[in-house]
Design a binder for this molecule. Structure first.
Ligand SMILES: [Zn+2]
Length: 338
């Protein structure tokens, strides 16, 4: 009897030691690959070699968006496929929700610098962000080969009734963004355009829908351009385009790209592709000069120095205290709380 207990104790001890050994080994491997990723991002974000797809390694502080009342202003997630494409809704929609939570994490991490929380207000179903499964009326070639895929998709979505004034749509288009609007080359995302309007008031033109933040499927061509795990860029692209629809940023902002109107990007950090941190800093025109503020790799910044488009608590008299500010409680599409 005693011998049996001793035997059991030895076996259990051995098992526990093996588990500890494996766990420590896994942790070391995890830390090492994390280090490698950090280096990689620092060198060239456009070809990140992220392990796995759709997140991980704490690059994004994943946080679920908030569920808005149906009568309130909100964002709505859409999976849209051309009429002749296979339905990949079941495969893509969970990823969309994860990417959106990662995008929301970038936003909230920025807000937390001001001791507030900020969450995108979304349409939900059963307490979870809802994704719509939409079939577009035309074949894939029509959209992919269109002079402006972005506009072609938006036009058809609006015809299908996705044109609510209280809604900004975040659309994953299951096709290629081969659009003139993307400089004629491949692109991963694009937003509908309007404005400018930099006045700080509830009736700002950016404080209403319908608007569209479009994400294009990551095609082989894009994988070769952006790297095998190019979909790791999606949370950044998602928030970037959505921020455009909310009015980021205005040409009057201190660090806006001004060489080409309307100048909707910022210049205070290097573009993400060159190792910068501000997700809105990107060239509108060749020859734009970028600063080197807010260095580091991540957390990514949703307005480096909070002086151009997002500041929940701007200094009285400063630019964002007197102009349209995505961090203002006037913004109907973000939920703030102390
Ligand atoms: Zn942009």
């Amino acid at each position: 009897m005693k011998k049996g207990i001793l035997k059991k104790a030895i076996i259990i001890t051995v098992i526990i030691n093996v588990i500890i050994f494996l766990a420590v080994g896994a942790k070391i491997t995890f830390e090492k690959s994390k280090e490698a990723i950090v280096k990689q991002i620092g060198q060239n974000f456009q070809i990140p070699k992220f392990p796995g797809a759709g997140g991980g390694f704490g690059i994004y502080n994943e946080r679920k968006p908030t569920c808005a009342d149906s009568s309130d202003y909100h964002g709505q997630l859409i999976y849209a496929r051309p009429a002749d494409s296979a339905d990949r809704f079941l495969e893509v929609s969970p990823k969309l929700k994860k990417w959106l939570s990662e995008a929301n994490g970038i936003l909230n991490t920025e807000a937390e610098r001001f001791k507030v929380t900020a969450d995108l207000k979304m349409v939900c179903l059963g307490g979870e962000v809802k994704a719509e499964n939409v079939v577009l009326p035309k074949a894939r070639n029509f959209y992919d080969l269109s002079a402006d895929t972005n506009q072609a998709v938006i036009t058809d979505l609006m015809k299908l009734g996705y044109s609510d004034k209280k809604t900004k749509y975040i659309v994953w288009f299951d096709g290629d963004g081969n659009a003139s609007g993307c400089g004629g080359s491949v692109c991963i995302s694009q937003a509908s355009k309007k404005g400018p309007d930099d006045k700080l008031s509830e009736d700002n033109i950016f404080n209403i829908g319908p608007d569209f933040a479009l994400l294009f499927k990551i095609e082989d061509s894009k994988v070769s351009q952006f790297g095998t795990n190019a979909d790791m860029l999606i949370p950044i692209a998602m928030l970037h385009e959505y921020a455009h629809t909310m009015g980021a940023l205005q040409q009057s902002a201190p660090h806006s790209t001004k060489k080409e109107k309307p100048g909707v990007h910022c210049t205070d950090t290097q573009p993400i592709g060159q190792g910068g941190t501000d997700i809105m800093c990107k060239s509108d025109a060749k020859g734009e000069v970028f600063g080197n503020e807010c260095p580091g790799m991540y957390p990514f910044r949703f307005d480096c120095n909070n002086d151009d488009y997002f500041n929940p608590k701007p200094e009285p008299g400063s630019y964002l205290a007197t102009h349209w500010n995505l961090g203002s409680s006037l913004n109907r599409f973000i939920q703030f709380s102390e």
